[in-house]
Write a protein that binds this ligand. Structure first.
Ligand code: 4AD
Ligand code: MG
Length: 462
């Protein structure tokens, strides 16, 4: 018999027909005459209730149907008498696919801490919390593709293994087939990368932007959506060593177009999640963060404040607030500063622009003041920086000079510089950290809890 998904049956009014469901047992309870099994198949946060008449099934048979066991149930779909449930199933046949011995099944009891669940990340998708988070992740990913597709942007696949050391966005993970215990050496005693797989040294990418720009210079508007890797030892609730990034890049856009795009994009995907992941967001709002739904609506309803870094610094200096890290013009803002501007001063999302060139990447368009560049960061409540981007320097000579000033290896980025020689164009783009977005939309506190298998320092077991 064809299996129905629980989400469909809970919304169905087609009662007294025979249905088949398959899923994992959340709980089994009962009385002398009847047992109730709450079954979940992941299609929704809600369980369907299986009503088991003990006249038809022996205690002995039901015994292994404990929390975590996987079963297949055939029976009639009935209108539920129980409160808060629309339909239930009167079981006529039950097959046990797999037991989960209560003596050793780690999720036997409810109410585990998120820290403990991180240690059993291979099982945590089966909890209500992580089911909700991962379904929302899916909705967000889908909304991102839908948004750019509607705008006529093309999904451009940039490489994960790169030969350039990209943009100085942090330390990189090396990719090599060289025997690290016994590497081939050159005459002056250095590792001989000409004997490595690609004939030179390679790394995992920190960003798809530079290659994304090549796409934009041909297709007009592109976006990337892929994994990126940073080997910094940042043990914070907002950093991962492997995270997903969405990077639109648009020919002929300037910094203002870039800000408009970022704001419209964020609002679109958040509103999509609110609409399509309602049950899951409501669950998270109830269990973890009572202000979640309000905060999401607040972002949708308010225009983001736009101001320059210099103006932002003035506000911070005048705030009279004691920050852990001191504030002065030229400093790279910490999340405490960003969150002060967003949560206490403006009480709305903020876009800061025109940062000092010394704290930003080489490719940002240089302003005429000689001190600042046309970069922008979008700052969100609870998160701090959610997006980083800029208008790009389109002038070959200025770009080259900046790279030399920053002691960058011009040799390995010759192809990037060539874009400014052959049909250069004004253009702009940004990067959204997918897990930072997921943090915001789920109301979770730690970025390790919004990706199925977090990679952080000393942690990549499963
Ligand atoms: O600000 P970042 O470093 O910008 C770039 O990589 C540019 N190439 C983007 C562009 O202009 N196309 O990173 C962009 C975003 C950040 O705003 C943040 O949301 C996220 O990526 N991010 C991280 N997320 C999780 N863990 C980390 N270690 C992250 N580092 C950056
Ligand atoms: Mg940044």
């Amino acid at each position: 018999m064809k299996r129905s998904k629980i989400v469909e049956l809970l919304n169905s009014n087609d009662f007294d027909v025979e249905v088949c469901v398959k899923g994992w047992v959340r709980t089994r309870r009962g009385s002398r005459n009847v047992a109730f099994i709450a079954l979940n198949d992941g299609s929704t946060i809600n369980n369907i209730q299986i009503v088991v008449d003990l006249a038809n099934f022996s205690e002995e048979f039901l015994k292994p149907i404990t929390t975590g066991a996987c079963i297949c149930v055939v029976g009639l779909l009935k209108e539920s008498q129980g409160q808060g449930q629309s339909s239930e199933i009167q079981a006529s046949k039950i097959e046990i696919y797999g037991i989960a011995d209560p003596a050793v099944y780690p999720l036997q009891k409810k109410g585990h801490t998120l820290e403990f669940l991180r240690e059993i990340a291979y099982l945590r998708p089966r909890t209500n919390t992580f089911g909700a988070v991962f379904r929302l992740r899916h909705h967000l990913a889908f909304a991102i593709h839908e948004y750019f597709n509607k705008l006529g942007f093309f999904y451009f696949h940039t490489p994960i293994i790169t030969g350039s050391d990209a943009e100085g966005a942090g330390s990189m993970f090396q990719v090599t087939t060289i025997d690290v215990g016994n590497p081939p050496l050159t005459e002056d005693g250095k590792i001989d990368y000409s004997q490595d797989f690609f004939g030179h040294s390679t790394n995992l990418t920190v960003s798809g932007q530079l290659e994304g720009e090549l796409g934009a210079m041909a297709l007009g508007g592109i976006y990337t959506f892929g994994p990126t890797f940073r080997a910094e030892n940042s043990n914070t609730p907002r950093h991962l060593a492997e995270f997903w990034m969405i990077e639109p890049e648009v020919a002929f856009n300037d910094i203002n177009d870039n800000m408009d795009l970022a704001e419209d994009f964020l609002k679109y995907v958040i509103s999509y999640a609110l609409e399509n992941g309602r049950d899951d967001i409501e669950f998270l709002n109830k269990m973890y963060d009572n202000e979640l739904i309000d905060r999401l609506n607040f972002v949708l309803d308010n225009k983001f404040v736009r101001l320059t870094y210099t103006e932002g610094i003035e506000i911070l200096e005048k705030s009279g607030k004691k920050f852990e890290f001191p504030v002065y013009w030229g400093v790279d803002l910490q999340s405490e500063h960003e969150r002060y501007l967003v949560e206490e001063h403006f009480r709305r999302p903020v876009i800061l622009t025109d940062y000092p060139k010394d704290i930003k990447a080489f490719y940002m368009k240089q302003n005429d003041d000689g001190k600042t560049v046309r970069g922008m960061d979008v700052l969100f409540p609870k998160i701090g920086e959610i997006i980083g981007g800029s208008e790009r320097e389109a002038d070959y000579q200025k770009l080259l000079t900046r790279m030399q000033e920053m002691n960058m290896s011009v040799d390995s980025l010759w192809w990037y510089l060539d874009t400014r020689k052959f049909g250069t164009a004004p253009h702009a783009g940004f990067g959204l950290g997918f897990e930072r977005l997921a943090l915001f939309v789920t109301g979770m506190q730690n970025i390790r809890d919004v990706i199925p298998f977090p990679r952080t320092p000393k942690n990549a077991e499963f």
